[in-house]
Design a protein around this ligand. Structure first.
Ligand SMILES: Cc1cc2nc3c(=O)[nH]c(=O)nc-3n(C[C@H](O)[C@H](O)[C@H](O)COP(=O)(O)OP(=O)(O)OC[C@H]3O[C@@H](n4cnc5c(N)ncnc54)[C@H](O)[C@@H]3O)c2cc1C
Length: 316
């Protein structure tokens, strides 16, 4: 596939001068995704703080460059052709996590790339009631806010404020966020820089036990040892995507190195050599089978980003 980079020499020089080794060009993204799939980014830039992110965003705005923010890559199918423009990763200050108790409950200040599993563990030890509903989601806090990640509880229930940076307004500023099933109302180009959250108090021992039980259950019901991206499709109203896929007979279906997991039918695993094209083709087959059998149009939960060699089944 012919790849046309959108960065010019000035962009590359400016990024190299400002970020040194932390700006890498034509860098393969596969190792940074849970599926271990995906082609190169024109530029992959690691920013350590809000000023550095603002500098990247100013360039993005001025030059109208495409930009994408990568979290822990646990909900992404990156095309084999990679991502054009600048891919940003939040590091340094953005990984900060402060968890403390006050009179009203457990209060959290988290940077956009703070680890959600670490947040869950620390908050549970202080008795944060409901945090067990976020256990075992391998996200950054920013990625979890973008996705309104959760199970029977969702992160949006506990978020009190969100601070973002955007190309048009590069300095951190608060934004009001609406929450829906597996999505939030944030504009597509808003990067979550920081979040505050509040949980009511519960009994720490009980919460820790519930959290542990959820982690054990995940190990038993999900293909944890093989690269995957969690649930591929959203659950349709009143049903479960996994149940429909299994009932359509798709468990075990293969395309190249991609396989519908035998452990959980809403998971697709990379058995070692899967391309994004394999996964996209399998997603389309599964979707078609469920539509033909049950008349239900499954919607993707995983985000498809970048360039695919063939039309992807649907995109976000
Ligand atoms: C084994 C496994 C189990 C999972 N279980 C669950 C589950 O129970 N519940 C659930 O909801 N999900 C689950 N997921 C999916 C995934 O973990 C969530 O969707 C998570 O919120 C993605 O976060 P991330 O940091 O990995 O984001 P990425 O996958 O890197 O990105 C996802 C989207 O968020 C955007 N994004 C990332 N960081 C930011 C930021 N700082 N600001 C703005 N946008 C940002 C990206 O641009 C992209 O559009 C699971 C995944 C795996 C692999």
């Amino acid at each position: 596939m012919k790849r046309v980079a959108v960065l010019d020499d000035d962009d590359r020089t400016a990024l190299r001068e400002r970020f040194g080794e932390r700006a890498r060009f034509d860098e393969t993204l596969a190792p940074l995704t849970w599926w271990k799939i995906g082609g190169p980014a024109d530029a992959l830039v690691e920013v350590q703080n809000s000023d550095e992110l603002a500098a990247v965003l100013q360039r993005v705005f001025k030059r109208r460059l495409p930009m994408f923010v990568l979290g822990s890559g646990s909900n992404l199918l990156v095309g084999d052709g990679g991502i054009r423009g600048i891919v940003v990763r939040l590091e340094g200050d953005f990984a900060a996590l402060k968890v403390r108790a006050d009179d009203d409950g457990v209060l959290i200040d988290a940077g956009g790339s703070a680890s959600l599993p670490a947040l869950c563990a620390q908050a549970a030890s202080l008795g944060a009631d409901g945090v067990d509903g976020l256990a075992g989601i391998p996200a950054t806090v920013g990625g979890a806010v973008r996705m309104n990640a959760g199970t029977d509880r969702e992160i949006g229930e506990f978020v009190r404020s969100v601070s973002v940076q955007t190309p048009a307004r590069p300095d951190p500023h608060p934004i009001a966020v609406g929450w829906q099933y597996r999505q939030s109302s944030m504009p597509g180009d808003a990067i979550v820089a920081g979040v505050t959250m509040r949980f009511p108090f519960g009994d720490p021992a009980t919460i820790r036990e519930r959290l542990q039980a959820r982690l054990v259950r995940r190990k038993a019901t999900q293909p944890v040892a093989i690269p995957n991206s969690g649930s591929c499709f959203r659950n349709p109203d009143g049903d479960r995507a996994g149940r429909l896929i299994e009932a359509a007979g798709a468990k075990g279906w293969r395309e190249g190195g991609a396989e519908v997991s035998g452990v959980h039918a809403n998971f697709i695993v990379n058995t070692g050599s899967a391309s994004a094209r394999d996964v996209a083709t399998l997603l389309a087959r599964v979707r078609r089978a469920v539509a033909e059998r049950f008349g239900v149009e499954l919607q993707l939960e995983v985000h498809l980003v970048g360039e695919f060699s063939e039309a992807a089944p649907c995109r976000v």
